[in-house]
Ligand binder design. Structure first.
Ligand code: NAP
Length: 307
């Protein structure tokens, strides 16, 4: 049996595409992955997703997305896709457990924030450690926090976070920034932003399950110091989850999927939505919006290509 729609990925984009294609009676099959739910599974409170005036926990929000998709007939498989073949229609999608064919494919595999790789950093994710200033900055009103990284994202987040925090220390591994001059200047000009050069966090320490300080090593002298703070924003870049699609779809130089007319990829009938094709906004709500667009694009494409 050839499926009308197969969706790869289960963050806000993938599940929204599933809700819409489900309601369009296309019986979507979703490969949710072994770790389903996307980046919101790594957050605690989500206060900027419209419709939840009191906020909602990230995993709870994703559970609701999943249930809503299932209500409209989405068939969800918690398997990773390991291979795709978009060279001819119907397209082939192979997971760890099965191989299916589909007339259209919606890709919503997201992007992963790069992490420092410390055990304490992953344990305290959502409890003081964050990869999203827009999402979590609000929780750090009147506090002292750090941003790790020296690129545009780190400068943007540092300046943004001064709206809430009393002091933001940028911890960067080199003595100069990678960020564009204009972003550097904005950070240098902000009296609440301080810099720790040639420095790396070696441990995130906690008190009562929340970040209370970090241990920092000076990479030139080897000296270690402890910095009291309650938040660590890791802003060292993102990696789009596109290795499956290399050689099959056109990708930008930075690895994200190229889309045109909103969600169309370089292959007819293959659509991409959410963070896997968006390196600008990266929000749950924009991902969900583009998941809706991909579903409508896929539905219309099927209407015009009925055999
Ligand atoms: P990026 O430009 O790749 O910068 C990553 C930063 O993190 C670098 O300073 C890098 O240090 C540091 N880093 C990487 N791995 C690290 C590690 N393991 N430990 C400690 N530090 C580490 O990434 P980005 O800032 O996310 O920007 C990505 C792209 O989006 C860029 O093209 C950027 O211009 C663009 N962007 C633009 C804007 C804007 O214009 N408003 C805003 C955000 C992003 P080194 O410098 O030593 O390599």
């Amino acid at each position: 049996m050839v499926r009308d729609v197969v969706i790869i990925g289960s963050g806000p984009a993938g599940y929204t595409a599933a809700v819409y294609t489900g309601r369009a009676q296309l019986n979507p099959m979703v490969f949710a992955g072994a770790n389903s739910g996307g980046q919101l599974m790594l957050t605690t409170d989500v206060e900027n997703y419209p419709g939840f005036p009191e906020g909602i926990m990230g995993p709870e929000l994703m559970e609701s997305f999943r249930k809503q998709a299932e209500r409209f007939g989405a068939e969800i498989h918690y398997e990773d896709v390991i291979e795709v073949d978009f060279s001819s229609r119907p397209y082939k999608i192979k997971s760890t457990a099965q191989e299916v064919e589909a007339n259209t494919v919606i890709i919503s595999t997201g992007a992963s924030a790069k992490m420092l790789g410390l055990e304490s950093e992953s344990r305290l994710m959502g409890h003081g450690v964050s990869t999203c200033a827009t999402c979590d900055g609000f929780f750090f009103r009147g506090q002292e926090i750090a941003v790790v990284g020296g690129g545009d994202s780190a400068m943007e987040e540092a300046v943004f976070l001064t709206k809430f925090a009393d002091k933001v220390t940028v911890i960067h591994r080199r003595g100069e920034l990678r960020a564009s001059k204009i972003m550097q200047q904005k950070a240098f000009d902000n009296p609440k932003v301080e810099f720790m050069w040639h420095s790396a966090i070696t441990e995130v320490l906690e008190e009562d399950g929340k970040v209370s300080r970090v241990e920092v090593e000076n990479l030139e002298s080897g000296d270690r110091s402890t910095l009291p703070l309650t938040g660590v924003f890791v802003a060292i870049g993102h990696t789009p989850n596109t290795s499956l699609f290399e050689g099959q779809l056109d990708l930008h130089d930075n690895g994200y999927i190229k889309t045109h007319e909103v969600t169309r990829t370089s292959v007819e009938g293959v659509f991409a939505c959410g963070d896997v094709q968006d390196f600008t906004y990266r929000q749950a709500i924009t991902a969900a919006g583009s998941g809706c667009a991909a579903a409508i694009d896929a539905e219309r494409w099927l209407e015009h290509h009925e055999s």
